[in-house]
Write a protein that binds this ligand. Structure first.
Ligand SMILES: Nc1ncnc2c1ncn2[C@@H]1O[C@H](COP(=O)(O)OP(=O)(O)OP(=O)(O)O)[C@@H](O)[C@H]1O
Length: 736
């Protein structure tokens, strides 16, 4: 019966059948021929042609770019985000790009993909040296970018190096010239440019400046200029930032050639992600600690970041909150930690499902902690841009998130108008006083038991006041409006520590002619001091100087905090006698209108296990890492070197503890003397570096000349080293 069944595609007409057969035969013949031809050709040539076909299609590529890097597929990046869609196309065409987009919108991949593509297209090998340079403002961000590069570029064979500070240049120097992609912080890179003879960037193809606004805010403008001077003019430059500032535009003018401006959310109604819900509460200073505790207790299953104004606040509150056992893991990240500890805390927080991270602004920019539910700004941010970066740690890439800003009554009006100006949609909500738990008595008990804790509380107190005092925007930050005694009590202190710099300023304001007091210093010194205080009062004083003098990473900024914040060596020695012990204040007069229940607090067993970060005491303290990694094999080598010392003269033991009792004149003078000596040394080194830089420039100019000739030879050499089958396959898949 089967014999009678006809194939539906068969026709009775034999001519048509023959035509169809012939077509099929020809197609197969061509394919077999092509395959034979390809087999005869070396793989590098096949790859080169595939790349060329790919390059010809770049105009169409921006929509489907994710198809052809297997690393991206494996990392679950399937569709480009808006900033990626708009910038990658330009970058692949070799154009300079200035890219700006909201926080969490995927800027990292927007430069990592072009970096990999660019080097792949050039068929770059380990022997070609440095091909791409990515500069990040902080070590954490550099580390994070390195991790993304590792993930996405795992099918490539480029070597990548993370250079984020340290002193032992020698070990780095041995490897750095073999590194194809360097991710670094600016200070350390310049040091290599100046001091590592084997290191040169004359073949560099691509420079990336990530978080450019932060790089500039941290006072790296000169460093960046010096770095850019050492790079070839033919390079391509990509510059990214979440906020557009005038200084970013200035930097772009200096470092980019005919750039394409991609400002994805320029016309957006709001400058923060749409999935972010933002609220603020107005709270008296002395209620803030209670509020924080109650907030944590009511969000035990969440992942929260709390931002503070200074390290000492983080240090103290971290410790006492651990002891208070709120019922969830508490971690702390601030600049006074060793680098390894910072990295461990960072990794630990990433892994945790529910935890609270107490942090300073070192965690505010660029860091991509997954699944953060809440950002709580315990202290008012310096300005609206800092606010935007802080809240940007949640609601990343289509995820939802919530942000709560805590404002003092004196900060509310001006901060809100700043936020409005920056198109930040934020609503006022009220705290439900019934849900507020007072922890003051417990803190008092802790401090009574432990002297060390009490000293921390005192430092926290003084440090916070200083940070407020040194803020530029005096309309928002007014230290004289703060109720000091009440604030001290809220930290568990029975007596408010004497804040000499405030006493002094107040005295000067009240009686400008009055001399300092007992134990005073020479009159001309006092005049200087007075001038400096007035400058600070005007808002152009220490803060901006401190910012300007920041030279490398945030860690050290914070390390120096104590030093810089001391208003000059002669200023604070007015030894007013011990203040009288005031009554403890326990003003629980709270806001009463309830519009939203922020503290939907449920009673939780106080004995809940507290899992504070045991990684806090890191066994590697005192060492940092340079990771040189072969992206193809994922083999990493870790080497250690001593941590970077940022202050010109290291503080002698006990100096750090000085903040509650003013400065010792003799010590201060000695310190100044040492600073002077160190300054001379640094100046001498600077000159040597300058010379060295000139030499490097000459060398790179020479090299550029001979490079052209070398290039032709190199291409031939490369065929031996090309094994990038996976990539080629996906390219082929795309092309067919
Ligand atoms: N194409 C994509 N598909 C899926 N997820 C993505 C994509 N691009 C980025 N992401 C994810 O979005 C998150 C935010 O990305 P990224 O850190 O690059 O943002 P950003 O714009 O640099 O933020 P910030 O301004 O805060 O530094 C990351 O977790 C990243 O993995």
């Amino acid at each position: 019966c089967c014999k009678n069944v006809k194939n539906p595609t068969d026709t009775i007409d034999p001519v048509k059948n023959f035509e169809r057969w012939k077509k099929k035969y020809n197609r197969t013949k061509t394919r077999v021929k092509r395959e034979k031809r390809q087999k005869r050709r070396p793989e590098w040539q096949v790859e080169k042609e595939a790349i060329q076909r790919l390059v010809n299609k770049y105009n169409e590529v921006s929509n489907v770019f994710l198809l052809f890097t297997p690393g991206l597929m494996e990392a679950q990046y399937r569709q480009p985000t808006e900033i990626q869609r708009q910038t990658i196309g330009f970058a692949l065409q070799g154009k300079d790009v200035l890219g700006a987009a909201k926080t969490g919108s995927g800027k990292t991949l927007a430069f990592i993909i072009p970096v990999l593509e660019c080097l792949y297209r050039q068929q770059w090998t380990a022997m070609d040296g440095l091909g791409a340079l990515i500069i990040s403002p902080t070590r954490e961000l550099a580390y994070q970018t390195f991790e993304v590069l590792r993930k996405v570029g795992k099918n490539h064979e480029f070597s990548a190096g993370l250079i984020i500070g340290g002193k032992d240049l020698k070990n780095e120097s041995e490897k750095i010239h073999r590194t194809n992609i360097i991710i670094c912080t600016p200070g350390r890179l310049l040091q290599h440019m100046d001091e590592t003879a084997a290191f040169h960037a004359s073949d560099l193809h691509m420079l990336v400046l990530d978080e450019a606004d932060r790089i500039l805010d941290m006072g790296f403008a000169d460093t960046i200029n010096a770095i850019v001077e050492n790079l070839p003019k033919t390079r391509q430059t990509l510059l990214f930032s979440a906020t557009q500032t005038k200084s970013v535009k200035d930097l772009a003018r200096l470092s980019l050639k005919d750039p394409e401006y991609v400002w994805v959310h320029e016309k957006a109604k709001f400058s923060t992600p749409a999935t972010l819900e933002q609220n603020y509460v107005v709270c008296e200073l002395h209620q803030k600690v209670n509020m924080l505790f109650s907030f944590i207790r009511s969000h035990l299953q969440k992942k929260i970041i709390v931002f503070f104004a200074c390290c000492k606040e983080v240090q103290y509150l971290f410790r006492v909150f651990c002891r208070l056992r709120p019922g969830m893991p508490i971690l702390a990240l601030h600049g006074k930690q060793q680098q390894m500890k910072r990295v461990e805390v960072y990794n630990d927080f990433i892994k945790k499902k529910n935890a609270v991270l107490f942090a300073t602004d070192i965690a505010a920019r660029g860091l991509d902690f997954p699944a953060v539910n809440w950002v709580l700004q315990f202290d008012c941010p310096e300005d609206a841009n800092t606010y935007i970066h802080r809240v940007g740690r949640t609601a990343r890439y289509k995820e939802g998130g919530e942000a709560l800003l805590v404002l003092l009554p004196s900060e509310e009006k001006d901060m809100l108008s700043q936020l409005q100006e920056k198109k930040v949609p934020i609503n006022r909500i009220q705290v439900n006083p019934e849900k507020l738990t007072s922890v003051q008595q417990k803190l008092e008990a802790f401090l009574a038991q432990e002297k060390e804790q009490k000293e921390r509380a005192q430092r926290c107190f003084v440090s916070y006041l200083r940070s407020v005092y040194l803020m530029k925007n005096k309309d928002v930050f007014d230290v004289f409006q703060l109720k000091l005694q009440e604030y001290a009590a809220s930290l568990g202190l029975a007596v408010a520590p004497r804040v000499r710099f405030l006493n002094k300023v107040q005295k000067q304001i009240a009686d400008p002619g009055q001399s300092g007091g007992p134990g005073d210093v020479a009159p001309h010194e006092e005049e200087k001091e007075l001038k400096s205080f007035k400058a600070q009062l005007r808002g152009d004083g220490l803060k901006s100087e401190a910012q300007e003098s920041q030279s490398s990473d945030e860690e050290d900024d914070e390390e120096e905090d104590e030093e810089k914040l001391q208003p000059g060596p002669t200023g604070l020695i007015f030894g007013a006698d011990e203040t009288e012990e005031d009554e403890d204040m326990r003003d629980l007069d709270l806001l009463t209108v309830k519009r939203k229940d922020v503290f939907s607090l449920e009673e939780v067993d106080q004995d809940d296990e507290v899992r504070c970060s045991c990684l806090w005491w890191c066994q590697f303290c005192g060492h940092q890492c340079l990771l040189i990694l072969d992206l193809g094999t994922q083999r990493g080598m870790v080497q250690q070197w001593p941590p970077l010392q940022r202050t010109a003269v290291p503080a002698t033991e006990g100096e750090e503890d000085d903040c509650t009792s003013g400065i010792n004149v003799e010590e201060a003078r000695e310190r100044l003397r040492r600073e002077d000596q160190e300054f001379d040394k640094l100046e001498y080194r600077r000159k040597v570096k300058e010379k060295h830089r000139v030499r490097l420039r000459q060398r790179s100019a020479k090299k550029n000349g001979s490079n052209q000739a070398e290039k032709a030879g190199k291409t031939r050499q490369k065929q031996k080293y090309r094994v990038r089958l996976q990539f080629s396959h996906s390219v082929k898949r795309f092309l067919h």
